[in-house]
Design a protein around this ligand. Structure first.
Ligand code: NDP
Length: 314
């Protein structure tokens, strides 16, 4: 391993140790804006990072709604919470299915009157190791970007007004960084347009992913200047990141008492089904920044991208 890689690895390990220490410190009464009446929804909560985020939020005393596209699998997963004295519920939710989303929103409004926290965790990736197949590109983009976007649009009207503000956390990836040194869109003009909040728009994000999918269909994507690693996945997460910033901008004018804060984060390389259990950290550690962002009492933070509880550049 090169000296630089070695130093980066050491830095990361030190940071993870700091975080595991921070996790042992209980939130003070002053920081705890939530109670058992606070409702958090986690998508794709039947396994992996989503289940861990749900478990940790429930451990902090919130009411957590675990959602799963297969309800039996979701119910089975909640068995892991039965011993903890947690407050939780489970509901079917397929983020690719408009009817499933509508039914979920109706149910949550009827039963809980709305929600306080939405964690968009559900996602797919069909590449492993050094693969870079785009065979499932449409499903990857539809799930990771459009599914997340549709959930945000459907849930914002169901977010309860509160003094502390509601929160949305999108589980994203460093692979979707716009301005990373490696693995980025090659077209500097497009990068600039997607970076600049004056030119960033939903239409631009949609057009960017559509252009990628069109090139996949035409089999020309390889010369299209797209990110080189896990290209379909990187494009989908790039869109999630850009959409996070856009929504934060759109929401920032809401009056006090109706604020909604939205951020995204990269959980790291995690031992879950998605990586074939080849990651270097556990789902428990990977969930930490998502839980931390869900519970932040610092209301000024919105439209940002985090990794290991630290802000990183988009
Ligand atoms: P898993 O594959 O273990 O879990 C993915 C979850 O998403 C499953 O619950 C899955 O449900 C669910 N899901 C997929 N499609 C849908 C859908 N249409 N509707 C509802 N739920 C759906 O992966 P991870 O826990 O590793 O991934 C969680 C998130 O973290 C993803 O967004 C991923 O992109 C992100 N991430 C993961 C990294 C890693 O190293 N693992 C790195 C960076 C980001 P089902 O069980 O039914 O398939």
């Amino acid at each position: 391993m090169s000296g630089k890689k070695e130093r980066n690895k050491e830095r990361r390990e030190k940071r993870l140790q700091e975080i595991s220490l921070l996790r042992t410190i209980a939130y003070s009464d002053h920081q705890r804006w939530w109670s058992q009446e606070t409702v958090a929804v986690v998508t794709g909560a039947n396994r992996g990072i989503g289940f861990e985020i749900a478990r940790q939020l429930a451990g902090h005393g919130l009411t957590v709604i675990l959602t799963s596209r297969n309800i039996s699998v979701g119910i089975e997963a909640t068995k892991g919470l039965q011993e903890g004295g947690f407050s939780y519920d489970v509901h079917q939710l397929d983020i690719l299915d408009g009817e499933s989303i509508s039914a979920f929103v109706e149910w949550i409004k009827q039963k809980y009157g709305g929600i306080d926290i939405l964690v968009n965790n559900a996602g797919v990736n069909y590449n492993l190791g050094f693969d870079n197949s785009v065979e499932f590109a449409r499903q990857v983009v539809d799930t990771n970007y459009y599914g997340t976007k549709n959930m945000i649009k459907a849930m914002i009207p169901a977010m309860k007004p509160s003094a502390a503000g509601a929160r949305i956390v999108n589980v994203s990836s460093r692979l979707g960084r716009l301005n990373g040194r490696r693995n980025r869109i090659q077209d500097a003009t497009l990068r600039e347009k997607l970076t600049n909040l004056e030119t960033l728009s939903e239409e631009l994000i949609d057009r960017t992913v559509s252009s990628f999918l069109q090139q996949v269909e035409d089999e020309t994507w390889q010369s299209g200047g797209w990110p080189q690693t896990f290209t379909d996945y990187s494009v989908s997460k790039l869109a999630v990141n850009a959409y996070t910033r856009l929504v934060a901008k759109e929401l920032c004018d809401r009056p006090q008492g109706e604020k909604i804060y939205i951020n995204c984060y990269c959980p790291g390389w995690v031992k879950t089904a998605m990586t074939g259990w080849a990651g270097n950290i556990s789902p428990e550690v990977a969930a930490d920044t998502g839980v931390w962002l869900s519970l932040l009492s610092d209301q000024a933070i919105t439209g940002k991208f985090f990794a290991e509880r630290r802000e990183i550049n988009f």
